[in-house]
Design a protein around this ligand. Structure first.
Ligand code: HPA
Length: 269
């Protein structure tokens, strides 16, 4: 595993001109942030040795290198989901490669269902903590020596990043929610009973991604910032049916605010 990670990193190091400190993973329907990047290089996942290929509609599957907020960044347009059939090592492979490239900050975004009654569709929720309900932990198996066998998760989401983003949001009059993200394997959306259960467990939003990548990032000593776009609601009031199209439309509408927050966060770190 580690050999493959190193081979991929070596391939990318030979190709790329920049040396970014920060990587961004763009979630479902959240690819428009790339329009704000002064793109220097794009590399399709299909052209990267050992990289899995993304299969979901709305993900075009490439690494982007360029400048955002005047700083070098790497963006992943399209991520790998467990529900697509990848194992956890594949889902988190790019985050392992990021570490080898010297990346120290990871920003993650996703579309999520909200179950906090004070949330509305289109809200942005800063992830303050998570609950891992996926069937496997990405660190299962032989420990890769970028971190300890039993890594602490007491502050997976960097408090200073959260304070900075709160400050940026206040400056621009953007309302932000804070909350706990719970990760399921998907691909089913939740039943009303599952939504209620997740809320009872202490979660505010549910989605099918992010947590594996964050666990691996923390294992590698990276600082993490995570944000969910609330694309549908469940678990309280009227039960509404969710579709992939609605999720994509709500994510699309919230993209400009998310882009602004990420751009200014990069500027300030
Ligand atoms: N559940 C899980 N994943 C999601 C949802 C949801 O309601 N909305 C967007 N992604």
């Amino acid at each position: 595993m580690y050999t493959r990670i190193q081979e991929t990193a070596r391939f990318l190091k030979e190709k790329i001109h920049a040396k970014p400190d920060t990587a961004i993973i763009l979630g479902s329907g959240l690819g428009r942030l790339t329009e704000e990047i002064d793109i220097e290089q794009e590399i399709a996942y299909a052209d990267i040795p050992h990289f899995p290929l993304s299969t979901v509609e709305g993900h075009s599957g490439k690494l982007i290198f360029g400048k955002l907020g005047g700083k070098d960044i790497m963006a992943m347009q399209g991520r790998f989901h467990y529900y697509e059939g990848y194992d956890m090592k594949e889902v988190t492979f790019p985050v392992r490669v990021m570490h080898e490239l010297g990346i120290r900050n990871l920003f993650v975004s996703n579309a999520a269902g909200g179950m906090n009654p004070s949330f509305s569709i289109g809200d942005l929720m800063v992830i303050t903590d998570h609950i891992n309900m996926m069937p496997e932990n990405p660190l299962r198996g032989k420990n890769i020596p970028t971190g300890p066998r039993f890594p602490s998760m007491h502050e997976a989401y960097d408090k200073e990043f959260i304070r900075t983003v709160d400050d940026i949001a206040a400056t621009h009059g953007i309302t932000l929610r804070h909350g706990v993200y719970i990760a399921t394997q998907g691909p089913t959306f939740e039943t009303p009973a599952e939504y209620r259960m997740f809320h009872l467990l202490g979660a505010d939003a549910v989605g099918m991604s992010t947590v594996p990548e964050v666990i691996v990032a923390i294992h590698q000593g990276m600082r993490v910032f995570g944000i969910s776009i609330i694309t549908d609601l469940g678990g309280f009031g009227e039960v509404v049916e969710v579709s992939h199209e609605e999720v994509t439309a709500a994510a699309d509408a919230a993209q400009p605010k998310m882009t602004l927050l990420m751009r200014e966060l990069i500027q300030r770190i």
